[in-house]
Each structure stands twice: as C-alpha cells, then as structure tokens.
Design a protein around this ligand. Structure first.
Ligand code: BGC
Length: 264
C-alpha cells in the first residue's frame, strides 16, 4: 500500500498505521479521504467535488481521478456507487446516470486513477465501516445496517461477513417502495415532522422485520445524528442503534474493501 499525503502535524501522520484511500460517490457529491485502516478514521480533511450532471461513467470517472490526484495517492483505491455491483459490473443505478447499468465500474472509474481500484455498493461500504469500527463492532450474529438518505441502502452481515447487494430499501410496504415511503429525502421533500416521518420508518422497519430477524439494526445516514428525534418514537422488535461513523462511513468502508480485496 503506497503512502499518501496528509496534513503535517496530524497525529496519524506522525504515527501512521496502514493507510488507504476511499471515494464515496453519491448523486450530489463525490467525497474522498485518506483512511487509517487500523483505527477506521479519516486522516485529515475529506475532499468533495459536486457530482457532474449527467453523472455518466466517463464524467464521474474524471472527478474520481481528480479526487485521487488531490491526495497524491498511487496505491489501491476503494470507490462506492449507489448501485448493485456484481463482479465489478453495475446492475442498477440510483441517482446516477442509467448508462452505468452494464458498465464495468472498475474500468470506468479506474481510467483516471493510477493504482488498482475496487468498487462496491455505497451502503455495503458504510456497513463494513460500522461493523469493523462503529456501532456494530464486536456484535456477533446477524447485523443489518440501513442508510437513510436520498434512498434507503442496506448492508447485511452474518458473523461479520457481508452479504453484498441486499437492496432492502426496495421492499414493498403496502404497495409502495420502501425508500419512496421512508427515505430521509422524503421527510425533507414533504416537510414532514419527526413524528410523521418516524411513523413511516416504523412501517418500513416492521415490514422488514417480517422477513429478517437480525440481532442488531444500525441506522445510518445524516438522520442518524438526530436519532434522538425519531428513534424513540418507533416501536420495533430488533435492537436499533444509530451509526457512529457518520459521513465518513462510506469512505472508510471503501478503503477497507480495497485493502482487503475480498472482491465484493
Ligand atoms: C439503491 C442502493 C443504494 C441506496 C443508497 C438505493 O436506491 O438501490 O443501491 O445503496 O439507494 O444510496
């Protein structure tokens, strides 16, 4: 793993552990950061660039390359996409251009990146970070990480091992797609109060609990910072805790996936 640049004087720079670089690609922003792979934290600041519109493989690949260049990084890079990724090929595309579907993401994103790349689903990456370093650290059994954002992402773990591409944000809830009912973006778009939105999340979670009996659910995304506003309002069977890595989860998980080279 090659070394990257970081702020001089930073504690992790003075005493570096294993490092990686993660890039989290979303519908509105592409964010990268250097990661201390032993501590599961960012080293220095994230670097963010607006997602180009339309978010085609070529345009997104160029921005990802600029982010990697910003860090002067030549080693392996982990990248996330809001898409099902099987054998490196995108099978869906949420909030990015449909041209991604059928694209070999490692080629498209690796074009402007000097080192090898690993690409995985964004929620899977966030989940990896929470399981390794965050709210589900040392939890045995079945763990489900849900990310509430523009959509709902899911990452399922059995004994710490990821079951990739679960797409549980799309379960049917009373004839409606789960994420259309209860994503965090729905609360903003419809200007719902916390109790109004919590009632929708409860419906979604209760439906999910009919199919899955996890030992723990971790709820992530921006709303996890305000979990006190809505989590206590929801009745559910499974223990639920807010995510801990906040907006670093995708970057940390992507860097981890690249370093571990599991081929998700
Ligand atoms: C997509 C998932 C993605 C999630 C979060 C959903 O709409 O289907 O692949 O993980 O949004 O971005």
């Amino acid at each position: 793993m090659a070394a990257g640049s970081a702020d001089p004087g930073d504690a992790a720079t003075r005493n570096p552990g294993r490092r990686g670089l993660g890039v989290d690609i979303g519908g509105s922003g592409i964010k990268g950061g250097l990661v201390d792979l032993d501590a599961g934290v960012l080293i220095g600041e994230r670097h963010r660039i607006d997602t180009p519109q339309p978010a085609t493989p070529r345009a997104v690949g160029e921005v990802a390359g600029r982010i990697v260049e910003h860090f002067g990084w030549t080693g392996e890079v982990g990248l996330t996409l809001p898409a099902v990724i099987v054998g490196g090929v995108a099978r869906t595309a949420a909030n990015i251009d449909p041209a991604w579907i059928g694209t070999q993401t490692r080629e498209a994103l690796g074009r402007c990146i000097p080192g090898p790349v690993e690409v995985l689903n964004d929620a899977d990456a966030a989940g990896l970070a929470e399981v390794r370093f965050g709210a589900a650290r040392d939890v045995a059994g079945v763990v489900l990480v849900l990310t509430f954002g523009t959509g709902i992402g899911s990452a399922l773990f059995v004994g710490g091992r990821l079951v990739p591409n679960t797409e549980l944000g799309h379960i049917d809830v009373g004839g409606e797609d789960g994420e259309t009912l209860a994503a965090a973006s729905v609360r903003e778009r419809l200007e719902l109060s916390w109790p109004q939105w919590a009632a929708r999340v409860e419906q979604y979670l209760q439906r999910l609990e009919r199919f899955l009996w996890p030992d723990l659910i971790v709820v992530g995304g921006g709303v996890s910072k305000r979990a006190d506003k809505w989590l206590p309002l929801i009745s559910h069977r499974t223990p639920i805790v807010p995510a801990q890595l906040q907006n670093a989860a995708g970057i940390v998980g992507a860097a981890l996936a690249a370093a571990e080279d599991r081929g998700y």
